[in-house]
Design a protein around this ligand. Structure first.
Ligand SMILES: Nc1ncnc2c1ncn2[C@@H]1O[C@H](COP(=O)(O)OP(=O)(O)OP(=O)(O)O)[C@@H](O)[C@H]1O
Ligand SMILES: [Mg+2]
Length: 248
């Protein structure tokens, strides 16, 4: 059975889908079979990032209604071997229920080493379904105070749903992150505020934004890509020290 990880955040637009796609591709480069599940009904963007939007015919809602086989809603990423996507419903009202999500993931995790579930923005019904089948969660936040406060809310929501294995990913970090801030002055303060152990710091990296915008492979050597590689290694149980933040 593969490991099932949900990528969450309290606030939208912080980089969940970017982290999901980049982490998936880093794991696949480590020779792992990876399934990304797009939990963002109605506003899916992973199919664009993974360059399968054009060929997309069926999605998970067709499987649930009996209109398609599960394998027909799964698309192989053309730019990354061993990485597949289970497409999200195109209509928001077709959101997958937590029970069905558990059933689907239970079946699919037999064929993959890693299942990564990308949450929609916020901590509503889509969040609950995405979290339902996961063994562990990554809470993604940018280093600004509003986002971090919402990260703490996401952590509480996860715990309410019984998911206590969670790790913090600080995304879009730059050397200027704490400069002039009145609320937090260091990463240690940030970790205390969110109440989640830190697993990765991903720098602000235009190469990541360019890759997701153009549906092209994630860069292998940029600072952001290297940080995602280190995150992949840590998720697989390797001891990889956090690099000096002065580099960013
Ligand atoms: N480390 C990064 N460096 C630079 N740009 C980034 C980084 N991470 C994400 N971005 C950019 O931030 C924007 C939002 O990212 P993304 O769509 O992954 O967020 P999201 O949390 O999935 O959003 P939503 O909550 O709407 O699903 C995108 O334009 C993306 O390219
Ligand atoms: Mg997203």
């Amino acid at each position: 059975m593969g490991a099932v990880t949900v990528i969450t955040s309290g606030k939208g637009g912080v980089g969940k889908s970017t982290v999901a796609a980049g982490l998936g591709s880093a794991l696949a480069r480590r020779e792992k079979r990876v399934l990304l599940i797009d939990g963002d009904a109605g506003l899916s963007c992973l199919d664009h990032m993974l360059d399968v939007a054009e060929e997309r015919v069926y999605d998970v809602s067709d499987v649930i209604s009996g209109g398609a086989q599960l394998r027909q809603a799964i698309y192989a990423c053309p730019w990354q071997e061993r990485m597949d996507l289970l497409a999200a419903p195109s209509r928001e009202e077709d959101i997958v229920s937590p029970g069905v999500m558990r059933q689907l993931v239970g079946e699919l995790s037999r064929y993959y080493d890693h299942v990564l579930i990308d949450c929609p923005a916020g901590i509503g019904a889509g969040f609950e379904s995405a979290v339902a089948a996961a063994q562990r969660a990554l809470v993604v936040s940018t280093p600004d105070p509003v986002c971090l406060r919402n990260g703490a809310k996401a952590r509480m929501a996860l715990e309410r749903l019984g998911l206590r294995q969670h790790r913090l990913v600080i995304n879009r970090f730059s050397g200027a992150a704490f400069r002039g801030q009145r609320v937090y002055h260091s990463l240690d303060e940030v970790i205390d505020a969110v109440g989640v152990h830190l697993i990765a710091v991903i720098p602000e990296d235009p190469a990541l934004a360019a890759a997701t915008a153009s549906a092209s492979p994630f860069p292998e050597r940029s600072q952001g890509a290297l940080a995602l590689e280190r995150l992949a290694a840590r998720l697989e149980g390797e001891q990889v020290p956090l690099v000096s933040l002065r580099k960013f």
